[in-house]
Design a protein around this ligand. Structure first.
Ligand SMILES: [Zn+2]
Length: 333
């Protein structure tokens, strides 16, 4: 389902076309010149043209394709050592990928370390991507206002994505039974040191991540891959029956931990009743793993899917430069 902002942009573009056609003088207008009642009609047309021109000049077309969705990447605080998390570099890498994909119309992307307390700007966003240590709205100033803004954005069908530790909620963030809006916006979360549920953070060597769906757009263009990383396990998807009720979509699973393997969901999504979509993925912990084509494609697919855009048959592709290009702290050591 198309989000409100995309519908609004299509309407604006349509109004713009009408203005341009009238300025050029269309055939129907020229035929009207032979009509005995031309005076009144021409006068009315001039008024309409002036009105539409004013509307157009006060609402300039945004750069890029008017069809393209808009992505906001919010980089939250992080205290992890160089080479791990690297949230700022990860944000820049995602933005580069969305704007330079080789098989997708460029998606205008804004990267920020501060929440934009700007309602107009928020209304133009099709999906918001969080990367940081724990769910950034709880780590940034004015948390309650950010959550209220998000509630409004989600209510109009905006998408939401959380990467690795940004999927994390702690005990003070949730109610005693684990209730939190993120559970409904995104379908689940990493319960970090919570008493109602204990998710696990641990480095696994050569973990195998497998697609859990084959016929979903997010499954396009990536295959089973191995990585040494910290994919959180035992993630929380609500009380018994909740995942089934909300139609949780499992995108990727891994059999972990190695000593007592269980099927773990490490990437998931949800299509909400408000028309919005959520996507959560609990990797990558190590910055170098952004270099894995399969993992990166899965993440980019998830972002594009939540933005309401089409995913190409071979997934969102990008020729990624050397990872040091995005200025991770590890390259400055
Ligand atoms: Zn980590």
């Amino acid at each position: 389902m198309m989000s409100f902002s995309r519908v609004a942009r299509r309407f604006t573009r349509h109004a713009g076309h009408r203005t341009a056609a009238q300025s050029a003088g269309t055939k129907p207008q020229r035929r009207l010149l032979s009509d005995a009642r031309t005076g009144f009609v021409i006068g009315l047309a001039m008024v309409c043209q002036t009105f539409l021109s004013v509307c157009k000049s006060s609402e300039p077309e945004p750069a890029g394709s008017p069809e393209a969705p808009r992505v906001l990447i919010v980089v939250g605080p992080s205290s992890h050592p160089p080479g791990t998390h690297e949230v700022a570099a990860g944000g820049r890498l995602m933005a580069y990928s969305l704007e330079n994909s080789t098989n997708l119309t460029a998606i205008p992307t804004t990267v920020t370390t501060a929440w934009p307390h700007d309602t107009e700007l928020q209304r133009g966003i099709d999906t918001v991507v969080f990367i940081g240590d724990e769910f950034p709205p709880h780590k940034l100033p004015r948390s309650a206002e950010i959550l209220a803004d998000l509630d409004e954005m989600m209510g109009r069908g905006c998408g939401i994505v959380c990467i690795h530790f940004a999927t994390g909620l702690r005990e003070p963030d949730v109610t005693a039974d684990g209730e939190h809006p993120l559970l409904h916006w995104m379908g689940g979360y990493f319960a970090s040191r919570c008493s109602h549920h204990k998710s696990i953070a641990r480095i696994f060597a050569d973990a195998e991540v497998t697609p859990a769906t084959v016929d979903h757009p997010v499954a396009r263009g990536w295959q089973t891959f191995q990585l040494t990383d910290e994919p959180y396990i035992e993630n929380y998807f609500g009380p018994p029956g909740h995942a089934e009720r909300v139609g949780l979509i499992e995108f990727a699973t891994a059999m972990l931990p190695p000593e007592s393997p269980r099927r773990q969901v490490v990437a998931w999504g949800i299509e909400r009743g408000d028309g919005g979509r959520g996507f959560g993925i609990v990797m990558p912990h190590y910055y170098r793993n952004w270099g894995l084509d399969d993992l990166r494609t899965l993440i980019l697919n998830g972002i594009v899917w939540t933005a309401g855009d089409e995913i190409p048959d071979d997934g969102v592709r990008v020729e990624i430069p050397d990872l040091s290009r995005f200025d991770p702290a590890e390259s400055r050591r």
